[in-house]
Design a protein around this ligand. Structure first.
Ligand code: TMP
Length: 209
């Protein structure tokens, strides 16, 4: 595997979009060797991913349909890995993925599926060189979502109590798993948050050039 795989995680409203954009800029600006960056996300735009997005827009209760959600997210990820992530890494790309298997651990555990089971069914999915978890209190994230989507409807998982459980699950996962995961304080302004992201990348030494 010649490429570098970085995942960005966090509750809704954590600011992943901005961090993904800045990361791409930072990495491509660093060296000509990083001209090829794949910016990608889950759920994807595949049929399965689109089905999931419909459910997110339509349903209200964050805890309903946990098994169905699990099934769709994991099938979508399997295809994403086989068709996009692994081929790009083979070609030496830097792959930046907005949400990955840790989303399934944090969200579907909050829906009531045991965390151990979520870890087990995803144990063969490639571990990123670094996963950044953007951490902030759910109430702060909700305020950002309301500001951003003031005309849009509420999505299935955008419930304050549910989101705080997801947040706690992320913190638990970061402690429990041996995977390289760094928690970033995303409760401050976005430039400060990005500074921390850069520091985490430097500290891990995952970009040799
Ligand atoms: P997004 O808002 O980042 O596009 O993600 C869509 C929603 O899907 C978000 O609320 C998080 C949720 N999700 C899961 O519950 N499990 C998963 O495995 C993934 C990838 C996303």
């Amino acid at each position: 595997m010649k490429g570098i795989f970085i995942a960005v995680e966090g509750i809704d409203g954590a600011g992943k979009g901005y961090i993904m954009m800045k990361l791409q800029e930072y990495i491509t600006g660093r060296s000509k060797k990083y001209d090829h960056v794949l910016l990608t996300r889950e759920p994807t735009n595949s049929n399965i991913g689109q089905k999931m997005r419909e459910i997110l827009a339509k349903e209200d209760d964050p805890k309903s349909g946990a098994r169905k959600c699990l099934d769709l997210y994991v099938s979508d990820r399997k295809q994403h890995l086989e068709n996009h992530i692994l081929p790009a890494l083979e070609k030496g790309y830097v792959v930046l993925c907005d949400r990955y298997k840790y989303s399934t651990m944090a969200f579907q555990a909050a829906q009531g599926i045991p965390l151990e089971e979520l870890i087990e069914i995803q144990k063969d999915f490639l571990v990123p060189h670094l996963t950044l978890i953007l951490d902030l209190p759910a109430r702060q994230a909700i305020a950002r979502i309301k500001y951003r989507d003031w005309q849009g409807g509420k999505e299935k998982f955008e419930d304050p109590t549910f989101m705080e459980t997801v947040r706690q699950n992320y913190l638990l996962i970061a402690n429990k798993l041996p995977d390289p995961i760094t928690i970033i304080d995303a409760g401050q302004d976005k430039q400060e948050t990005f500074k921390q992201v850069k520091q985490a990348i430097e500290k891990k030494g995952i970009l040799p050039y």
